[in-house]
Design a protein around this ligand. Structure first.
Ligand code: PBG
Length: 358
C-alpha cells in the first residue's frame, strides 16, 4: 500500500492533500504516519502562479522572423493552396502586410520573390539585377519601415530555369561558379538596403566569399544569416509551390544535407562561423530539434530555426479538419523549438502568434 502513497494526489488550493489514495494509505497505516514521499514535483504545478514562476522557456514576439512572398504587379494578392492563410503579395500590398506585422511587434522579415518564368535562366542572372523584384521590395520596405530588419534570401532556385540552387552543367550543380553569382546577388541586396543576407543555397564556401565581397564593397555592417544546416527535406514542398521553384530534374541531395546526419551539421556550422557568419540556422525545425540543440551547444552565435512550409501546412490541414487546436499546437511547437535552443524562429505563423501573445 505504501508504494501507492501520493499516486494521483489531488491537492486543493489550501495546499492540503485531498487524495483518496493517500487518505486510505494513511488511515490504513495510522493517520499520524508521515508520508515517505519527500519530493513532490507536482507542488510547483499546483497553481497557475506557481507554474508561471518556474516556467523555463518563454516564447515572445521578439523571437519571430516572418517569411513573406512578393510578386510583380499592383494590388494583387494570391492564395497559396498548400499554405492556407499565406499569400503572395504585389509590392504595394506587401507593404501593408509587413506594416501590420511590424505593428504587432514583429521585428524582422525574410523576403522571398516569385520570379516570372521569362526572367529565369540557368545562371540566375536576374538574381543580381539591381532593379529586380527583390531589391525593389527591399528599398520600398526600408523606406516605409526603416526599423524593420529585412533579411534577404541568397539562392538561385527562385531565378533558375532548372529550379536548382546552383548553375547546372551536364546534370551536375557547379559549386564555385554558383558562389560567384551568389556574391553578386548578396551585393545587390546589400546595395538595396538589406540588413542581413541569408544564403540558403548550401554551396561550399559561400559564406566566406559573400563576407569578403561585402567588406570589400564597404558593406561591413551587413550581416550574414547562414542556412548552415539545411537538409534535403520533403518539408519544403509547399514553399516550392509558392515560388514555383521545384527542381526540374533530380533532387537537392548533392548540396542539401542528408536528414540522417547530425554530426555533419556541426561541421557545416563550424565552417560558416569560421567564414564569418553572424547567425546560423537549422532548417527544417521540427524533425531536427536534436540538431538545433547540438548546434546551440557548439556556437555562441544566435541560432535560428526555420519552421518551414511543410510544418506549417501539416498543422493548418489538421486544424482545418478540427483534429488539433491550432493556437495551442503552434505555441507548443514553437516553444519546443525555443527550448531545444533556437534563439530565433522563422515561421509563417508569426502574425498569428503575435496576436495570440498580445
Ligand atoms: C530555396 C529555399 C527553400 C526554402 C527556403 N529557401 C526551398 C528549397 O531549398 O528547395 C524552403 C522554405 C520552406 O519550405 O518554408 N533556396
Amino acid at each position: 500500500m505504501s508504494s501507492l502513497v501520493g499516486v494521483g494526489t489531488l491537492t486543493d488550493a489550501s495546499g492540503k492533500s485531498s487524495s483518496l489514495i493517500e487518505r486510505e494509505a494513511s488511515s490504513g497505516e495510522g493517520s499520524s504516519e508521515v508520508s515517505p514521499l519527500i519530493s513532490r514535483p507536482r507542488r510547483l504545478r499546483r497553481t497557475a502562479g506557481l507554474r508561471r514562476m518556474v516556467q523555463e522557456t518563454c516564447l515572445t514576439v521578439k523571437d519571430l522572423i516572418y517569411p513573406v512572398f512578393v510578386m510583380e504587379g499592383d494590388n494583387r494578392r494570391e492564395a497559396i493552396a498548400s499554405m492556407p492563410d499565406c499569400h503572395r503579395y504585389s509590392l504595394d500590398l506587401l507593404l501593408a502586410e509587413v506594416t501590420e506585422a511590424y505593428e504587432l511587434g514583429i521585428g524582422a522579415i525574410a523576403l522571398f520573390p516569385l520570379i516570372p518564368a521569362e526572367q529565369k535562366d540557368n545562371a540566375g542572372t536576374e538574381s543580381y539585377n539591381p532593379d529586380g523584384l527583390a531589391p525593389r521590395a527591399v528599398r520600398a520596405i526600408k523606406q516605409t519601415l526603416p526599423n524593420l530588419v529585412v533579411i534577404t534570401d541568397v539562392a538561385l532556385a527562385p531565378y533558375s530555369t532548372e529550379g536548382h540552387d546552383g548553375i547546372v552543367q551536364d546534370g551536375q550543380i557547379l559549386n564555385d561558379e554558383t558562389v560567384a553569382v551568389l556574391v553578386k546577388q548578396a551585393l545587390c541586396q546589400a546595395e538595396a538596403g538589406a540588413d542581413m543576407v541569408a544564403p540558403s543555397d548550401m554551396m561550399d564556401g559561400r559564406v566566406g566569399a559573400i563576407r569578403r565581397a561585402l567588406d570589400a564593397a564597404g558593406w561591413i555592417n551587413v550581416g550574414i544569416l547562414a542556412y548552415s544546416a539545411k537538409y534535403a527535406s520533403a518539408y519544403y514542398g509547399p514553399f516550392r509551390d509558392a515560388l514555383d521553384s521545384a527542381p526540374k530534374f533530380g533532387d537537392k541531395k548533392t548540396y542539401q544535407m542528408d536528414p540522417a546526419n547530425g554530426q555533419e551539421a556541426l561541421k557545416e556550422v563550424a565552417l560558416d562561423v569560421a567564414e564569418g557568419a553572424d547567425m546560423v540556422m537549422v532548417k527544417p525545425a521540427l524533425a531536427y530539434m536534436d540538431v538545433i540543440h547540438r548546434v546551440k551547444q557548439q556556437t555562441a552565435l544566435p541560432v535560428a530555426a526555420y519552421n518551414v512550409s511543410g510544418e506549417y501546412a501539416m498543422i493548418k490541414a489538421a486544424a482545418q479538419q478540427g483534429w488539433v487546436d491550432e493556437q495551442k499546437i503552434v505555441l507548443e511547437t514553437l516553444t519546443g523549438l525555443k527550448r531545444a535552443g533556437a534563439d530565433l524562429i522563422l515561421t509563417y505563423f508569426a502574425k498569428a502568434v503575435a496576436h495570440w501573445l498580445q
